[in-house]
Design a protein. Structure first.
Length: 362
């Protein structure tokens, strides 16, 4: 008998997008749980119109508390959490139906899916991450952390990666500004209260970075690294975040220092290699930059942490093209430019470069 599946969501003032996702989950959802945290628009009425079981939860500045409350209302074998501004295409709906019929069982505790959270003007994914998306209801875990919450399973547990199942996060611009301001306010309060969680400091650094408060973001990233003794993924990403801030500040020696630290934390990923190359490139040090970009081209796209897609596609090849032009190797510059061409969003840049490099060939 196929497993049953609840969809659990927490919402507030989401009537611009809620109908989209509620319509999409109808094909695979056995129970729809909506927890409203204080809407003043038509969110509640909209949820009711889709047959949701509606609950109210007084907002206490704690996303985990709200999500745990939503999970507590579910009665199906498995629970899938979603946000109001998520999108599940028809293809992915069918994939989830197949997952229900063939895979969900009581020997598994969670299913990891791909979460795409940023896109270019053509709809191509820029940033993705694996996320625990489907949770067996009686696995014994819980949501933790008041903001940027995560579902924490009790040891031992079994998880299955299904990165072919993709959830897209498409937040309208007005919602983006509302959420990032709220997030920074909440995180600042936690830090000022003396919170020493590495996760809180990591996301505090991210929000400062997003707001352009680059010096503060570097300091917060450093604090995360100092506190973090176990999570290599977030430590590496905090180091890379500091690199990006320092690149924007044109402090290249410090960028290189952070980059070398990031490689010691995780030498298998491309981000630090690429931005080390950028730091050398901007100083005209092409022979130092080339090995960094070359190394990045051998990195496989990871299956953990935040994945910046351009670092695993066009970006290292584009910079290699420019570096080889810088050292006068125009044929290799053209070769690298052609490798960047298939995935770079602005293909005209490559066309212009190749035309220029071709004219310089002996």
């Amino acid at each position: 008998m196929p497993a049953t599946l609840s969809v659990a969501m927490i919402v507030k003032n989401e009537d611009q997008v809620l109908g989209r996702i509620l319509g999409q989950v109808q094909s695979f959802c056995d129970e729809l749980i909506i927890v409203d945290t204080g809407s003043t628009d038509n969110t509640v009425e909209l949820a009711k119109s889709f047959g949701a079981k509606l609950y109210h939860f007084e907002w206490i500045d704690d996303f985990s508390a709200a999500r745990n409350y939503a999970f507590a209302q579910c009665t199906s074998d498995w629970i899938m959490w979603l946000d109001a501004d998520d999108i599940i295409t028809e293809t992915q709906q069918q994939n989830i139906l197949t997952l229900k019929a063939e895979t969900l069982n009581d020997t598994l505790d969670a299913i990891i899916c791909s979460y795409q959270i940023a896109f270019d003007g053509n709809g191509e994914c820029l940033i993705s991450m694996p996320r625990e998306r489907l949770i067996r209801r009686d696995c014994g875990g819980s949501w933790q952390f008041p903001i940027h919450e995560a579902y924490v399973l009790n040891e031992p547990y079994t998880m299955l990666e299904r990165l072919d199942i993709i959830i897209k996060h498409d937040k309208p611009s007005v919602y983006v500004e509302r959420s990032v301001d709220r997030n920074l306010i909440m995180l600042t309060r936690l830090v000022e209260q003396g919170n020493e969680s590495p996760r809180i400091w990591y996301y505090y650094a991210k929000e400062l970075h997003h707001h352009g408060r680059l010096e503060e973001a570097v300091s917060a990233a450093a604090r995360h690294v100092a506190l973090n003794h176990n999570d290599t993924f977030s430590k590496y990403q905090a180091m890379h975040m500091a690199m990006d801030c320092l690149l924007q500040l044109e402090r290249y020696d410090e960028t290189i220092e952070w980059g070398l630290r990031a490689l010691r934390a995780d030498g298998s990923r491309a981000e630090a290699l690429v931005d080390l190359g950028v730091a050398y490139f901007r100083q005209g040090q092409y022979t130092q930059a080339i090995p960094m970009f070359r190394g990045a081209t051998y990195c496989f796209k990871p299956n953990c942490g935040t994945i910046l897609e351009e670092y695993y596609s066009w970006k290292p090849y584009h910079y290699l093209s420019l570096c080889y032009e810088g050292v006068g190797d125009f044929s290799t510059a053209i070769e690298m430019g052609l490798k960047a061409y298939s995935t770079i969003p602005d293909k005209q840049v490559i066309r212009n470069n190749i035309q220029c490099f071709t004219q310089k060939l002996p």
